[in-house]
Write a protein that binds this ligand. Structure first.
Ligand code: ISL
Ligand code: CA
Length: 661
């Protein structure tokens, strides 16, 4: 009986990051566009090359916007596109206001942004401000002399020991070795949590913070829709940079995160920048525990909208070591998220990105037999769990890990530095290192997108910077777009289902069977609406009795063509996924509707996105008849926009959308 709709107006002043006091809540949550969005991550170097130099670029991305629109994604997250010497593939920025020349020009960026907006999608960019490149002008100045005006932009310290030739403290770098680099020009060491070419910025210096806010505004004023913030919890360094204890050294991410001024700086950033724009922010929350999360993302904290928590995506590793995992462990993580993060702390859901191996290889089964089914099963999960869904490029095709052999096959600085530190020193055997790396390497996710069956998977006409996975002839976008049974088309249908089903966004979560070793069965519910997701996370058929003798009445989507309904005993094939709808007791027997016909009793939840009528602002009305909703819309138009009546063309579009025409 609940209908929710978003009514858009041209030139609206609705600020979605600042809900009005009277904003309606859904299941306790304040509705926001970024909560309902599906985000797709593009790693530009590997997405699409437009000029044959073997490196993906911005015009390449622009040429594929229709593909992304067709998939149904709302927001594109672009990994760093800035000028960079590429010690860490763009996560080492030389100039924050320039486009990496390999990727194109500022005009290419503007064209990309315009193309995104034209298609009613949004673009967020990567903000990498814990560190810069050592080739950034600030650092070039900083290293010149101890009294240079940029000296305090970074952390410089004298060496320890009688000769002053020992590192200032015992901090390790995430990319092997010490986090300190000696610089002969001034005979001091500088701090770098990541590569030697990535010196850490000193956020305690107000000038640094002002520079960062300024460059953020530069991009926001161009019209970007927000930021993914790289290692943002590391920006505030421990006071006095004391040695880490042996306990702290076991989890360096945690030790470096959450410094004494982190919240203060994020709140300042929000006050000075984000609060002035209708944008989204997602922090890469390295080192932040689930318990600490509400302090960063709570509605009343004015820091970030959401963060990436790594508990699920890193379930298969212990430090840098690959390890096996069990389904009850994974389920326990999602249950913990639902418990710890209340309606004031929004969550994210993702299991892959450019730093992790391929989705289907890590969490499904990438064998010929089960790759397609298991990839679809994981997409089902990602798009029905709590939190904004993030999809990494190529996972919608079921792209797999690369069959790496020698260390020479890798490009990543993490892999190469680790090899030097572990294998060349004899600490680890080469075979063991390479075996582990094959599973874990970030390069698994960085091999080029497989667009079609032509040479190099259609990624480039030249020589690709990183080899294309040899399976591109079977796994590629051209085939999958055409094939109705493909992972791509299934993902598209799942995204559409999520968009049409606010319960999958705002509904409560319950794990029905936490200890079951192969079945993940959970519900998302809101009001009379209840959705049941059943996932067979195994290569075996399973006869599954739904706890509580529940008999779902409507099958909304399945990856293997099942038609089983009205039974509490399901016969699941290996890697089978199903999403059911069933009425709660109060609404038993009522039809499931995607739309609200005037006066129809028991019509189900409906969300109309602004983009359905091609506009930007979001207003929410509830009711179970067209009249009721139009009346609220008219009131909104009058009060918030000073319009005497809703312009006819908008009214027509909205009515059509209500009727699902
Ligand atoms: O990828 C990792 C281990 O395999 C992580 O430790 C990773 O370095 C960490 O999550 C931080 O990642 C981010 O910052 C890095 C950059 O290399 C990553 O690509 C980026 O996502 C430094 O900017
Ligand atoms: Ca190129």
């Amino acid at each position: 009986m609940l209908a929710v709709m978003a009514l858009p107006f041209v030139g609206s002043v609705c600020a979605q990051d600042m809900p009005k006091p009277e904003a309606k809540r859904i299941n306790g949550y304040t509705p926001m566009w970024w909560k309902e969005a599906v985000v797709y991550q593009v790693y530009p170097r590997s997405f699409k090359d437009s000029n044959g130099d073997g490196i993906g670029d911005l015009p390449g991305i622009t040429s594929k916007l229709d593909y992304l629109k067709e998939l149904g994604v709302d927001v594109i997250w672009l990994s760093p596109h800035y000028d960079s010497p590429n010690a860490d593939n763009g996560y080492d920025i030389r100039d924050y206001r320039k486009v990496m020349k390999e990727f194109g020009t500022m005009a290419d960026f503007d064209a990309l942004l315009a193309g995104v907006k034209q298609r009613h999608m949004k673009l967020i960019i990567d903000l990498v401000v814990n560190h810069t490149s050592d080739e950034h002008q600030w650092f070039v100045e900083s290293r010149k002399s101890k009294d240079n005006s940029y000296r305090e932009y970074y952390f410089w310290r004298d060496g320890k020991g009688p000769e002053g030739n020992q590192q200032p403290n015992n901090y390790p770098s995430f990319f092997s070795g010490s986090a300190w680099q000696y610089d002969p020009a001034t005979k001091q060491y500088y701090l770098h949590y990541f590569a030697v070419k990535q010196p850490d910025l000193n956020w305690d210096n107000p000038k640094v913070r002002a520079e960062v806010y300024d460059l953020m505004k530069f991009w926001l004023d161009k019209g970007v829709d927000g930021f993914r913030m790289d290692v943002i919890p590391l920006i505030s360094k421990p006071a006095g940079l004391p040695d880490l204890t042996s306990e702290q050294l076991k989890d360096v991410g945690k030790a470096y995160a959450n410094g004494p001024h982190m919240h203060e700086y994020l709140q300042e950033m929000n006050r000075n920048v984000m609060s002035k724009y209708d944008v989204m922010t997602v922090g890469e929350a390295l080192g932040i525990s689930l318990e600490e999360t509400p302090l960063m993302v709570g509605d009343d904290r004015h820091e970030l909208n959401m963060i990436f928590n790594f508990d699920a995506v890193r379930i298969n590793r212990d430090g840098r070591q690959w390890k096996s995992w069990t389904l009850p462990e994974l389920k326990a993580i999602y249950a913990r998220h639902a418990r710890e993060l209340d309606v004031h702390s929004w969550d994210t859901v993702f299991l892959s990105n450019h730093d992790n191996p391929r989705l289907v290889s890590s969490f499904g089964d990438d064998s010929t037999q089960y790759r397609v089914a298991s990839a679809k099963l994981i997409e089902t999960m990602l798009l029905t769990l709590r939190g904004t869904t993030f999809i990494y490029q190529g996972d919608e095709l079921g792209m797999t890990n690369y069959p790496f052999k020698g260390i020479g096959d890798y490009d990543d600085i993490e892999a190469k530095n680790g090899y030097k530190a572990d294998v060349e020193t004899g600490k680890v055997s080469e075979a063991a290192y390479l075996d582990n790396l094959r599973h874990m390497s970030r390069d698994n996710a960085r091999t080029p997108m497989q667009w079609d069956g032509s040479a190099n998977g259609g990624f480039t006409t030249g020589k690709p910077w990183l080899t294309v996975n040899p399976n591109y002839k079977e796994i590629n976008a051209a085939e999958e777009v055409e094939d109705k049974q493909s992972i791509y088309n299934y993902t598209k249908a799942m995204i559409a289902l999520r968009h049409a089903t606010p319960v999958l966004v705002y509904g409560s979560y319950e794990d029905l069977d936490p200890m079951n070793p192969s079945i993940f069965a959970y519900t998302r519910s809101l009001g009379i609406d209840r959705y049941l997701v059943v996932l067979n996370f195994s290569g075996n058929p399973v006869t599954y009795k739904i706890p509580g003798g529940l008999k779902p009445t409507k099958l909304l989507i399945t990856n293997l063509g099942s038609k089983e309904v009205d039974t509490s005993t399901l016969h699941l094939k290996p890697w089978e996924a199903r999403v059911y709808w069933y009425p709660s007791a109060a609404s038993a027997g009522m039809p499931r509707g995607g739309s609200i016909a005037p006066g129809e009793e028991g019509a189900m939840t409906k969300v109309l996105k602004c983009r359905d009528v091609g506009m930007d602002c979001s207003f929410e009305a509830r009711g179970n008849s067209e009249e009721e909703i139009m009346a609220q819309a008219a009131e909104h138009a009058r009060k918030d926009h000073g319009m005497e009546k809703i312009p006819t063309e908008i009214a027509t579009a909205v009515k059509a959308a209500i009727r699902d025409e």
